[in-house]
Design a protein around this ligand. Structure first.
Ligand SMILES: Cc1cc2nc3c(=O)[nH]c(=O)nc-3n(C[C@H](O)[C@H](O)[C@H](O)COP(=O)(O)OP(=O)(O)OC[C@H]3O[C@@H](n4cnc5c(N)ncnc54)[C@H](O)[C@@H]3O)c2cc1C
Length: 388
């Protein structure tokens, strides 16, 4: 890594850390209890330029490599310590990339700048009540009718589903095909007649507005098609890589947040005449957390550098990299799970109380191991990409 990149990363991570510590962390518990966070936070993150990281300048963003995005996700997770805020505040990072890669310039100008300013919200809708892992079997249809598509069907577990202004939706345009070949991507306005939303209750991420979406005869202009008809499955798979890398980076930050809290607690809490950290069993638990964090950190840096090098060669979705991302997502989320469990144990009864970071993160682990591609699916995909 050259000195320029190192300095830019440090400056960005400092700015993000200040934002996370001052505007997210102090409110995270209250927002989770309330079941939402203020919409104003999008505007604030937009004003500071954080929503635009990784987007083209002409659309109001700041282009960024994976190596530059990595410290952003880690710092947000570590110092904000709220998966619910991160998931919704940054749902455009899964909703917008297909628009950037495959939308017309006019559509991009209509949609992207307002989202990056925090005025509008973008979400991704792939998963259906009938299944999420087997994307090729999705049932939501988009029938062509003149210069519109008419969308019918249901999506579920959609992050930002209650508030989103734009949904990037996976639909079946070839009604005679049952597999991957008949799938397309369509940008659906959230206020289109026939779009209904139902809020879902969850184990964690309470302040994130997860929803079930119902599309009943929703008319969408045909120029909202992203890419060509039938190209949807490839677009979805490409989009997953960025999402999985981001989830792995956030998992590292959440693991570090658990270690930070557990270490601070272990230093000041005394039992049997000594601080917890002086009891060898607990000291070793903390070391085991650090060991997993260090390996995850090193692997993330390596995969970021590899991904940036491949992108520069025009091979962003090279199978060897896709396999690494799948394995890394599993490793990072397992690191998070181990650290959340160890931290709750070290905090004792306090670790079971609402309001501690570790208690919240303990409840947020499972979604990291399921969302964006569940652990079992990651293993299957990695094996296939490796030619096994
Ligand atoms: C809080 C939350 C937010 C989410 N946000 C979004 C979002 O914004 N947009 C979106 O589109 N989706 C979203 N999802 C959905 C998520 O991506 C899916 O839950 C995930 O892809 C798994 O799909 P599923 O739940 O239908 O599980 P299923 O596909 O039904 O699988 C159930 C279990 O079986 C396992 N399994 C399935 N097939 C196999 C196999 N062949 N071999 C071995 N094991 C297998 C899976 O790994 C999983 O553990 C979200 C989910 C949650 C919980």
């Amino acid at each position: 890594m050259n000195d320029d990149l190192r300095e830019t990363r440090e400056a960005l991570a400092d700015a993000i850390t200040r934002f996370a510590r001052s505007e997210i962390a102090p409110n995270a518990t209250a927002w989770d209890e309330a079941g939402e966070f203020p919409r104003q936070l999008y505007r604030r993150a937009g004003e500071l330029g954080f929503l635009g990281i990784g987007y083209p300048e002409e659309l109001g963003g700041t282009p960024a490599s994976l190596a530059l995005k990595l410290p952003v996700w880690v710092a947000l997770a570590r110092h904000g310590a709220s998966g619910g805020v991160l998931a919704s505040l940054f749902s455009h990072n899964i909703g917008l990339p297909p628009v950037i890669a495959h939308g017309s310039p006019a559509l991009q100008r209509e949609v992207v700048p307002a989202v990056l300013r925090g005025e509008k919200i973008s979400a991704l809708a792939i998963t259906e009540p009938g299944g999420g892992s087997d994307v090729a079997q999705l049932r939501t249809t988009a029938r062509r009718d003149g210069d519109h598509y008419v969308v019918d069907g249901e999506k579920t577990f959609i992050t930002s589903g209650m508030r989103a202004d734009w949904f990037t939706v996976a639909v079946r345009t070839d009604l005679s095909s049952k597999g991957a070949g008949g799938i397309s991507m369509l940008l659906v306005p959230g206020d289109a007649p026939g779009v209904r939303r139902t809020k879902l209750a969850k184990m964690g991420w309470h302040c994130s507005d997860t929803a079930q979406l119902h599309f009943d005869g929703v008319r969408v202009p045909a120029h909202h098609l992203l890419g060509s008809e039938g190209a949807g499955f490839r677009i979805i798979m490409g989009n997953f890589n960025g999402e999985r890398f981001g989830l792995a980076a956030a998992a590292l930050g959440f693991a570090q947040a658990c270690l930070d809290e557990a270490l601070a607690w272990a230093r000041q809490r005394k039992t049997f005449g000594a601080a917890l950290v002086e009891h060898q069993v607990l000291r070793h638990k903390l070391v085991d957390m650090q060991m997993r964090i260090s390996s995850t950190e090193a692997w993330l840096e390596q995969v970021a550098a590899q991904g940036d090098a491949l992108a520069a060669q025009g091979r962003a979705d090279a199978p060897e990299w896709v396999a690494q991302v799948c394995l890394l997502k599993n490793h990072a989320t397992q690191t998070m799970q181990f650290c959340a469990d160890a931290a709750v144990q070290i905090l004792g009864g306090m670790g079971y109380m609402r309001g501690t970071v570790s208690e919240r993160i303990y409840r947020e682990v499972k979604v990291m191991m399921i969302g964006g591609g569940a652990e079992e699916i990651m293993k299957e995909l990695a094996a296939r990409q490796l030619g096994w």
